[in-house]
Write a protein that binds this ligand. Structure first.
Ligand SMILES: [Zn+2]
Ligand SMILES: [Zn+2]
Length: 789
């Protein structure tokens, strides 16, 4: 082994050298390699493919990936054959929006192929930057085989699995009132909607009961949909309106009559308790139209503009129509009052635009009939932490329609359908061939219509919802349909690590799709991390200006400090606060660790026990055993909060502060041969164990110290340490007395003024203090440590 480590302090530049070393190893020597002929049990991680959304990459996201890497490293050190793939998610709307902004173009106003090229170029830039960052934070994933969700290979798997579902009758076309974002110009699924309380006006309007000519006041947040009103409801229990059941009201301005119908969805306490039902103000309207068989009036087109049905208010943006209708009501004395309220409004998750509900023709993948089975399967998934399982169950309970999967966008996987020009029948390719289809620009891979035999076709120009792609990552990484041997070894995968906010989308859709295709769960474990929030506990957002860019921080303090902070900051599943100050203090811990390693590297290496140890040495090994147990608890639960804090506490506050000081004398004194060996052995036992325990969290510093002091072989090929065979646990009962005694002596020296120097005693100065009887067995070490007389 080498002699004393020369580098005086731990610095991030060393990480770059270690990274180069790992990267330059040949594939067969790759310490992070996954092999399907391994004797070890497989541990396949369904890594979330990150979305290259532009800088700054959220510090919370960087922390998320750092922890997924800890998961992989822990599994390796627990004896698994780990597959840790990495892909980049490159499909979907944000790419299009980013590209439009970056190149100042409009998607629908330019050549489709040219637009797609621009998207690809924009993505390539973002992606290469992202990969650099992922490498620099020490991810041990398979960069050599990284994939892209917009590659022909990935998209062809999306298409081929869709064709399989089609053949089994799990896909259908339907015209339904659907969530629609006028800004994004596309249908969106329930899962892509967020709800926010937004200030709006509740408008009270005068209607007239036709049969009695009585005034009837109706309050609505959507007066602009007045012309699409097809009924008015009152709660059946609401005594004020019982006499109106079955009568009619005249719609103001539009002078049309609709029936007053008792329905439980009318809330007596909201507005006047009378509710107008329009196509479509919200999901309640959709339900009432369906239940009562009302005739739909298409109020808004796909650009968010009122249709001809609006009469004099047609061809207007919704807010324009609203203003005009309210003005007109007012002019005719039909406006009773306006009230400011906060209204829970459904918004498009991407563009934050209020969504509209309009009838559109879309493809649907059946999901409702799978819910009972998915609930049973969900019971079988182990969630880390358990508490987040409820998010999945709540979502499963709330799903009310099948999954609309067609999108009127460009940058995504094309729906592989050609329509017969003669009979309009959709024709699909055979799903067995591993080929990527682009029907909007390619000829179909077949000659004749399956129904009428005609040979003229028009290709579908819509694409899939991006969750159709991302929901099959477990199939893609295990080479489904490509390599049967590989697939049968690695699927179902072991674990899905992901963020809390995409349980109802990514986690749910993956469960659904993989179950539909394979009849099995995609994974048996789900590991769910919380959000990174700012120092005050608030969500970071560009608009608040509190987003922290992780790169300068990683550059300054190093990846290990960043990783250690991420692990030690919050319990698994909880939100964690991001602050530079806390990352800096993690760096201090690593410096301490480096100093200890450097100090120990100046002694001989003794890894075999020299026999019966000194009491002080047995005592620290007892404490070390407790540390191992604590860390194992955390590692078994993939909760890095537990080991990181336990390791810091032990290393800094017990091992360095007390034990090393107590045995320094024996470590230096080679004359007392046995005392020396006992101390040296124990020092190295503790240090090597600390390094092994810390390796999944801080892969760089542990690798450097390990290979400098203990072995030429990487620490990442080692196992999480087992408990020492010798059981000294009984001695840990003295820990409190030892640390208290030491502190007492240190304080005494500080308080005592030396007669010679006139200053407080230094730590080396002799002092007259008796060692208490309880600590008799540690007496010699304590006397030497404090120079006691
Ligand atoms: Zn939108
Ligand atoms: Zn045909």
């Amino acid at each position: 082994m080498e002699s004393k480590i020369e580098v005086k302090s731990w610095n991030p530049a060393l990480e770059k050298e270690i990274l180069r070393k790992w990267e330059s190893t040949a594939e067969e020597e790759d310490i992070y390699k996954f092999s399907i002929i391994s004797q070890k049990p497989a541990f396949v991680i369904d890594t979330p493919p990150p979305y290259p959304s532009g800088r700054p990459w959220h510090i919370g996201a960087a922390a998320h990936y750092a922890q997924i890497d800890m998961l992989a490293r822990t599994a390796r050190m627990l004896g698994y054959n780990v597959m840790f793939p990495i892909g980049i998610d490159r499909n979907g709307l944000p790419v299009e929006i980013y590209t439009e902004k970056k190149y100042k173009v409009r998607m629908r106003k330019m050549d489709r192929e040219k637009f797609l090229d621009l998207c690809r170029t924009a993505l390539d830039d973002l992606e290469s930057e992202m990969i650099l960052i992922m490498k620099s934070i020490g991810l041990s994933c398979n960069f050599k085989g990284y994939y892209r969700t917009d590659s022909d290979e990935f998209r062809s798997l999306t298409q081929s699995t869709f064709i399989d579902l089609w053949k089994r009758g799990l896909v259908y076309l339907a015209t339904r009132p659907n969530n629609y974002c006028p800004d994004c110009g596309t249908t969106i699924a329930d899962a892509e909607i967020i709800y926010e309380d937004i200030p709006t006006k509740l408008v009270y309007m005068n209607f007239k009961v036709k049969e009695t000519s009585d005034k009837l006041i109706i309050a609505s947040t959507r007066p602009e949909l007045l012309f699409a009103c097809q009924s008015v409801i009152v709660n059946p229990e609401d005594e004020r309106y019982i006499k109106l059941h079955g009568k009619h009201v005249e719609i103001p301005i539009f002078n049309r009559d609709v029936e007053i119908i008792p329905h439980h969805l009318a809330k007596p306490e909201f507005g006047s308790g009378v509710v107008m039902v329009c196509s479509y103000g919200d999901q309640n309207d959709v339900q009432i139209f369906r239940e009562l068989g009302l005739k739909e009036i298409v109020a808004i087109n796909e650009n968010g503009i009122t249709t001809a049905a609006a009469g004099p208010y047609s061809n207007l943006r919704l807010n324009q129509a609203r203003t005009k209708i309210i003005e007109n009501l007012n002019r005719h004395g039909l406006l009773e009052k306006e009230e400011d309220i906060m209204h829970r409004t459904p918004l498009c998750e991407r563009s934050k635009t209020p969504i509209e509900i309009i009838p559109l023709q879309d493809y649907y993948v059946k999901q409702l009939e799978y819910i009972p089975q998915l609930k049973e399967l969900a019971e079988k998934i182990k969630f880390y932490p358990q508490m987040h399982k409820q998010i999945l169950f709540n979502w499963l309970d709330s799903i009310s329609i099948d999954w609309p999967v067609s999108r009127r966008r460009f940058y995504g996987t094309e729906i592989p359908i050609w329509y017969c020009n003669n009979c309009q029948t959709p024709n699909l390719p055979e799903g067995t061939v591993y080929k990527y289809y682009r029907p909007w620009k390619e000829k179909p891979p077949f000659e004749k219509c399956i129904k009428c035999g005609s040979n003229e076709f028009t290709g579908e120009d819509r694409i899939f919802d991006t969750w159709m792609d991302s929901s099959i990552t477990p199939l893609f990484i295990t080479k489904y349909k490509k390599d049967h041997k590989f697939y049968s070894y690695s699927y179902p995968t072991k674990i899905r690590p992901q963020a809390k906010d995409i349980i109802r989308t990514w986690l749910y859709y993956t469960m659904l799709r993989c179950f539909q295709i394979t009849g099995q769960l995609a994974w048996s474990n789900a590991w769910i991390m919380g959000y990174g929030v700012d120092e005050k506990g608030e969500k970071m957002s560009k608009s608040k200006g509190n987003v922290i860019d992780p790169f300068p921080i990683i550059h300054q303090y190093g990846a290990d400090a960043f990783r250690f902070w991420s692990a030690s900051e919050g319990n698994l599943g909880h939100d964690f606060r991001c602050s530079e100050h806390r990352i800096a203090s993690s760096k201090n811990f690593l410096s301490k660790l480096w100093n200890i390693g450097r100090f120990l590297s100046s002694f001989d290496i003794l890894l075999e026990s020299p026999g019966q140890l000194f009491a002080t040495d047995k005592w620290i090994i007892a404490e070390l055993s407790k540390l191992i147990e604590e860390c194992k608890k955390g590692y078994d639960d993939f909760n890095f909060f537990i080991p990181s804090n336990a390791i810091r506490e032990f290393t800094w506050n017990l091992f360095a502060a007390h034990y090393i000081e107590m045995v320094k004398g024996r470590a230096y004194n080679k004359e007392d041969e046995f005392g020396h060996k006992s101390a040296i052995f124990t020092l190295h036992k503790c240090m090597s164990t600390i390094l092994l325990l810390l390796a999944p969290i801080c892969p760089f510093i542990t690798e450097e110290l390990w290979t400098k002091i203990y072995s030429v072989k990487s620490i990442h090929l080692q196992q999480i340490p087992q408990l020492p065979q010798e059981n000294y646990l009984e001695l840990s009962k003295h820990t409190g007395s030892i640390t208290e005694f030491n502190s007492m002596v240190w304080n005494k020296k500080k308080e005592t003024i030396s007669k010679e120097t006139g200053k407080p005693l230094s730590l080396k100065d002799p002092i007259e203090i008796a060692v208490p009887a309880e600590l008799e067995q540690f007496k010699k070490d304590l006397q030497a440590m404090h120079n006691l007389k």
